[in-house]
Design a protein around this ligand. Sequence first.
Ligand SMILES: [Zn+2]
Ligand SMILES: [Zn+2]
Length: 245
Amino acid sequence: MDEPTKRSNELEQAMSKILVVGGGGVLGLFLGWLVVKYGDWFQHIGWLLVIGGGAALLYAIYGYLQTRSIPSFPVTCPYCNQDTEFTAPPVRDFACDHCMKLVQIENGKVVDAKQIKCPNCGSMQRISARATTGICEECNREMNVSKAQRVVAVDENAPHELVLTGVGRHPDRVIMILESMLSLNRLDVKKLLETLPIVLFTNITKRKAEMTRFELVEAGAITEIRPLAQAQAEEAPDWLKLPPT
Ligand SMILES: [Zn+2]
Ligand SMILES: [Zn+2]
């Protein structure tokens, strides 16, 4: 089988044909009209041109309507998340229409991308899950994925915890926020704050933790977001420990 056909290419080809045929049709109609009007005894040639031009124009319109029924199989690029449309499901690797990266196809499916940290500049990069090397878009240096020690895969859904380490310069504002955030009364919050640092939320995504702490940080509180694996290694405060079952 050939390279998978992109719908945009097919559409472009169809449109250029339609423009040639349609343009010829319009020209034929115009010339025919001129001849019929001023051609004296050439009239029959004029009418032939009008009929031919009209037919070509109709054919072009028909062709244009046909392009709407070109089938569409959108494939989402794992790097930029935008769709490239095909006329049939792609069976070979293809270059994404939007980011120009090579999207790999395996058994009719897109090979997913993984996120890695560039060992040279530290920026997050997406590369094919099948690749063993890649070029960093930030620093243009080669990243060797097989040297797993230097490259850290990052799971966006990895559990984190949000820890309050200090109340800052406006403890009253922080206490008020904590009251509603934790559904506790003022006294309980104050008691809680005597044992800083405290874990406010655990087992949440980093994103959620960042969203949650926004209000606190704005009020001057000092917080920390820790990945849970690391946090578990430390001793949990007494009040957080589960009662024996
Ligand atoms: Zn892309
Ligand atoms: Zn880099």
